[in-house]
Design a binder for this molecule. Structure first.
Ligand code: TXA
Ligand code: MG
Length: 352
């Protein structure tokens, strides 16, 4: 069984030592919890795939505590390195992952043999202290079982990975304040910059800072295998709770016919829009009763996990904010969309 240890100076030392020995440590970042292993030790990295039950074709992000520690992990042209530096110096520590050509220092299982490595400096005091104590780069995907909702507390990690031997989960009062995973951009061989996963740092901010247009990938509307995609965050089904989930599309007030269905649903609202349905659903949560996307981002994964644990519930209904242009709204809705595998439900048309 994994061990949950509260953070203090001694446990940070212990965890750095465990990582050095090739064991796993789950640690908080400002986005979500990461499942860490020494990125330069391919045997340790192998344990991440095993614990998460993650396909080996899915590369891992490498975390460092300062940009200088990333230089011998990358093999970029001067232009690419300049882009990497300009963006790293502006947005790190912070929720941005930059993917660039990797050097031969990085084990192949970290990059899934893609010749590209994703690098990030997280903005969380515990993560930074741990990385500093380690002195080596730490590979860390989100510390959940593959495809499940990402974790934002030590308890979430224990729910998914508590079964794993030789794992320490660091517990802290300092929250994962962003709540959704980092923005991912890739600097490719044609010197183009593409957004692979939206997050709290917007592509507009990135473009404005680098004076360079960031390309967007269109969302996949059909299920694809990992091998066909550049990143698992592009899978149609991802971040998914264990109950069947739908995005609540059209809703007419005459939903009496659906009362039976609604009594089996957990309703996750946004901006209190459907608060009058509280009485007819089995449980009701609001991502942000005042309509703040930052609050929705912070709450999303914990609420998804609470929703799937509601006794007797069969379905989850999720809010539709696909028509907001705000990039944080887009990033949060990206997770909502994949949690529901892109399925919408219109209650006025739904019948049993
Ligand atoms: O906020 C975050 O990014 C968190 C914290 C722990 O840092 N990490 C995280 O890792 O979300 P993960 O593995 O759950 O998601 C990383 C995504 C995956 O979809 C993976 O496919 C993609 O990044 N990725 C990583 N390295 C890549 C590479 N070299 N090329 C393309 N995609 C990559
Ligand atoms: Mg993940």
């Amino acid at each position: 069984m994994a061990k949950i240890l509260p953070v203090d100076e001694q446990t940070i030392f212990l965890c750095a030592d465990e990582l050095k020995k090739g064991n796993l440590v789950a640690f908080p970042t400002e986005t979500v919890y990461g499942l860490g292993a020494n990125a330069l030790n391919s045997f340790a990295v192998e344990k991440i795939f095993e614990a998460k039950k993650r396909p080996k074709s899915d590369p891992l992000i490498v975390h460092v505590s300062k940009i200088e520690d990333a230089y011998n992990l990358i093999d970029a042209t001067p232009f690419q390195k300049t882009c990497f530096e300009i963006l790293g110096k502006k947005f790190w520590p912070g929720p941005l992952t930059i993917i660039v050509k990797c050097s031969n220092q990085v084990p192949k299982n970290v990059t899934a043999n893609s010749h590209y490595v994703g690098i990030r400096i997280p903005n969380h005091p515990v993560a930074l202290e741990l990385l500093e104590k380690c002195g080596f780069p730490v590979a860390a995907p989100s510390a959940n079982l593959f495809g499940h909702t990402s974790p934002t507390t030590a308890e979430h990690v224990a729910t998914d990975l508590g079964y794993y031997q030789d794992l320490i989960i660091l517990q802290t009062d300092v929250p994962c304040h962003v709540g959704i995973e980092s923005t991912i951009i890739k600097i490719d061989e044609n010197n183009e910059i593409t957004l692979l996963r939206p997050g709290a740092i917007s592509s507009i901010e990135i473009s404005e800072h680098i004076k360079f247009n960031v390309k967007h990938k269109k969302r996949e509307l059909t299920e694809k295998n990992m091998g066909e995609l550049e990143s698992s965050g592009q899978l149609l089904t991802h971040y998914a709770p264990s109950l069947e989930s739908f995005i609540l599309g059209n809703l007419n007030k005459g939903y009496v016919k659906e009362i039976n269905f609604l009594s089996q649903c957990v309703l996750i609202d946004f901006n209190s829009i459907h608060k009058d349905m509280k009485k007819i659903v089995t449980a009701y949560f609001d991502l942000s009763s005042l309509g703040s996307f930052a609050e929705a981002s912070y709450n999303l994964f914990a609420i998804l996990r609470n929703a799937e644990a509601v006794n007797g519930a069969k379905y989850i209904l999720l809010p539709d904010f696909s028509n907001f242009n705000d990039e944080l709204a887009i990033a949060v809705f990206d997770r909502v969309y994949r949690a529901a595998s892109g399925k919408y439900i219109s209650l006025n048309q739904f019948s049993f």
